[in-house]
Design a protein around this ligand. Structure first.
Ligand SMILES: Cc1ncc(COP(=O)(O)O)c(C=O)c1O
Length: 346
């Protein structure tokens, strides 16, 4: 039986062949452990070229771990993190930030996954009152969980507001490559230079096998990160295998090509969907996801051939996600099936 075509997540994509080849190439003889290897030194150099020479870089195993380590660095036990109600840290990390960073999340409802300066100001309740948790961090997801992308200007305004309110700025960049591709900007322009203090840098969704990094722009935080990463069980002993993945994606800007491709596939899908009566796109398509509503019975039939999720247990809204591995034929087949399904439903 043919495997269903994948539109469920960029995590279902295979590992990029260049990443696998780099892992095999790194698998030669002994090498110092815990990040003292030459792959990690070169990967750190690459990050410093992107973000500035004084950037501190901490490779970790996964995105939840990156977020937990970053938030641990930024909070004390009575403090809180402002995020959206759709944020991965809020809904998809099984409470790990609350448990392991030991801080409350203050989640803000949004229509499109984006916070605004006004929302941030509104969430500053009970400041100075010892009965209340004290907001200390805002966590922004870029690309958002709704596939939308903060502009550089929006981020500058948010970070300025946050800093003015005494908050630090964390960015969950699980899909940061897709954001760079969408914005057409260097990574630094919409992170460090926009006022982000600490970044969870994602590579797994971009073609890695499993490699993320906590990227720290505030030199004052860097020293304790070594301890926090280890204590959070995110220190890889054989770190060369994480770092080799970053290097493979860095080579000839493969990371950017992968992200551009994923975004282009989402645009192709969205353009086709817009021509199908009865299917409504519910969010701006700015990166690698298309959110849409269509009759549930049609979606359920489509799911026999295409793997994708209903969004947030909604009866009608679905998320179609593309990745570096999605090809145009996959998209065109999905479009043809949606069209046929909708004609059957009419
Ligand atoms: C916005 C966001 N942050 C973080 C993650 C990382 O999660 P994981 O711990 O599964 O690597 C994901 C993965 O789905 C994500 O979508």
């Amino acid at each position: 039986m043919a495997l269903p075509r994948e539109f469920a997540s960029d995590n279902t994509a295979p590992v990029h062949p260049a990443v696998l080849a780099a892992l095999t190439a790194a698998n030669e003889g002994p090498s110092p452990a815990y990040g003292f290897d030459s792959w990690t030194a070169r990967a750190v150099d690459w990050f410093r070229q992107q973000f500035g020479g004084d950037t501190a870089v901490f490779p970790v195993w996964n995105g939840t771990g990156a977020n937990v380590v970053a938030l641990r660095a930024l909070t004390r036990p009575w403090q809180a993190v402002v995020c959206t109600e759709q944020a991965h840290i809020q809904v998809d990390e099984c409470g790990a930030p609350e448990l392991l960073a030991g801080c409350k999340l203050l989640d803000v409802p949004t229509r499109d996954g984006k916070l605004t300066p006004a929302m941030l100001r509104e969430s500053m309740r009970g400041v100075g009152d010892f009965h209340h948790v004290q907001p200390a961090v805002v966590s922004l997801t870029q690309v958002t969980e709704y596939g939308t992308v903060y502009t550089r200007e929006e981020l500058v305004a948010l970070a300025a507001t946050a800093h003015g309110l005494g908050l630090r700025v964390h960015m969950d960049g699980a899909r940061i490559a897709n954001a760079a591709a969408a914005l057409g900007l260097p990574l630094r322009a919409f992170t460090r230079d926009a006022g982000v203090d600490i970044l969870s840098f994602g590579a797994t969704k971009n073609g890695a096998m499993g490699a993320e990094a906590v990227v720290v722009f505030d030199p004052g935080l860097a020293g304790e990160m070594l301890f926090l990463r280890k204590q959070s069980m995110q220190l890889a002993s054989k770190m060369r295998y994480l770092s080799a993945q970053f290097l493979a994606l860095a080579e000839d800007d493969l990371w950017l090509a992968n992200a551009r491709h994923a975004n282009a596939m989402a645009q192709r899908l969205a353009a086709g969907v817009r021509t199908i009566p009865g299917v409504e796109i519910t969010q701006k398509v700015e990166a690698s996801a298309v959110f849409a509503t269509l009759p549930r019975a049609v979606s359920e039939r489509l799911q026999q051939r295409f793997h994708f999720y209903f969004w947030n247990h909604s009866p009608e809204e679905v998320r179609w996600m593309t990745s570096w591995a999605t090809n145009a034929e996959d998209v065109d087949e999905l479009l043809a099936a949606i069209r046929a399904g909708m004609q059957g439903a009419a």
